[in-house]
Design a protein around this ligand. Structure first.
Ligand SMILES: NC(=O)c1ccc[n+]([C@@H]2O[C@H](COP(=O)([O-])OP(=O)(O)OC[C@H]3O[C@@H](n4cnc5c(N)ncnc54)[C@H](O)[C@@H]3O)[C@@H](O)[C@H]2O)c1
Length: 358
């Protein structure tokens, strides 16, 4: 299994990927004070294993209820209070053990506590392994929008133990596959074709196919982050489907669709909209729809979603500039691009009609 590096000068860090990485006693030693942050699904399953792996049976565990609605300012404040109550000092390390919710929230707390302390990402969902754990974006949500409060704060390391996927609920596993597809969709037609060939193996959690997909995505993400850490250009392409998706999550109060499902619908909307505008072949939009559907992901707007409301929420997305929409669209598979030239009323009309190839 590979070890990759996110190259950021003196803030560079390793991504270690292995099946059973957490199984060897003291294999991942931690010095100084530490705190494991997790949720009430993952903590009971893996916190003890992590304590053994870091050689620190004494490391305290802070747990919160699972789920996106918990990625909020209140939990953030509670975590900071817990860090202070534990007496964590500047040389402490926060260990974020969980999916993207825990990684984002614990990372943001580490970014703010004493103006920034170390943290390590130990992602336990497929989505977090291939995307959120790498790159240093940390945040919590506001009722007004996703990830509206946050910071760039790079972890010291990312430790990926693929064996933990065995306990991940099937719906969450499939949601993670949406972010895997995204890498092919935006810049890598070869990887997209590989995914088409290996969709069944991935769904069956074939260890080799999974390891290849995770390593490939991490390698891509590490490269993008090294070239464009603070999202001045290329990194924005990773938001393909996310402006639509975040708005759908907000409309559903973060409780209807899980993040990866919202991203799957968002990618399909972006692809269909690009085809509708004559910017991309309709055939590529259909290919995306077929792959997402094979992976058990939704591709159509949920019934009852109001197009006006959706576009209004999209304007609140962080990527919008002065209230103007900014979208990632594509010229076809592997050819994503960013545009500020979005006609909001045209988009509303498009969303109000039956959607593309769904
Ligand atoms: N920072 C970034 O760059 C970035 C990128 C993409 C997504 N995100 C964020 O990531 C979040 C979504 O992350 P997610 O999809 O991992 O969701 P999540 O963290 O809510 O985890 C999904 C569910 O799976 C459970 N779970 C996690 N690992 C498990 C395991 N191994 N076994 C059993 N249950 C397990 C969790 O308790 C939770 O109920 C969103 O908030 C999104 O904004 C951030």
């Amino acid at each position: 299994m590979p070890e990759l590096t996110v190259s950021l000068g003196d803030r560079s860090y390793p991504i270690r990927i292995a099946d059973g990485l957490l199984d060897t006693e003291a294999a991942l030693p931690i010095t100084g004070p530490c705190l494991i942050v997790s949720d009430d699904n993952v903590g009971p399953l893996y916190a003890e294993r992590l304590k053994r792996a870091i050689g620190r049976p004494d490391c305290p565990l802070w747990q919160m209820p699972a789920g996106e609605p918990e990625k909020n300012l209140q939990r953030f404040a509670e975590l900071l209070q817990a860090m202070a109550a534990q007496g964590l000092s500047r040389n402490a390390t926060v260990l974020a053990l969980g999916g993207g919710v825990i990684g984002d929230l614990a990372g943001f707390a580490a970014a703010c506590y004493m103006r920034g302390i170390a943290f390590i990402q130990i992602p336990t969902t497929l989505l977090a392994m291939v995307d959120s754990s790498v790159g240093g974006k940390t945040a919590v949500d506001l009722p007004a929008g996703k990830n509206l409060v946050g910071a760039f704060h790079q972890p010291q390391a990312v430790w990926i133990d693929t064996s933990v996927l065995a306990t991940l609920p099937e719906r969450e596993f499939r949601a993670g596959l949406a972010e895997v597809v995204k890498y092919g969709a935006i810049v890598d037609v070869g990887f997209f074709a590989w995914l088409e060939q290996h969709a069944d193996a991935l769904l069956a959690k074939d260890p080799t196919a999974l390891a290849n997909a995770i390593a490939h995505c991490c390698r891509q993400k590490a490269g993008v982050v090294a070239r464009d850490e603070t999202e001045q250009g290329e990194r924005a392409l990773l938001n393909f489907g996310h402006t639509f998706g975040h708005a759908l999550e907000v409309i559903g109060d973060y409780g209807t669709l899980v993040h990866g499902e919202a991203v799957a619908i968002g990618m399909q909307l972006a692809a269909s909209y690009a085809a509708h505008l004559g910017l991309a072949p309709d055939a590529d939009s259909k290919r995306l729809q077929q792959l997402l559907s094979r992976l058990g992901l939704p591709t159509a707007l949920p019934s009852g979603v109001d197009a006006d409301l959706l576009v209004a929420k999209m304007r609140l997305d962080k990527k919008a500039v002065s209230g103007n929409l900014r979208l990632i669209l594509w010229h076809g598979i592997g050819q994503a691009f960013m545009t500020d030239d979005v006609d909001a009323s045209g988009l509303r009309n498009f969303l109000n009609r039956p959607i593309g190839p769904a």
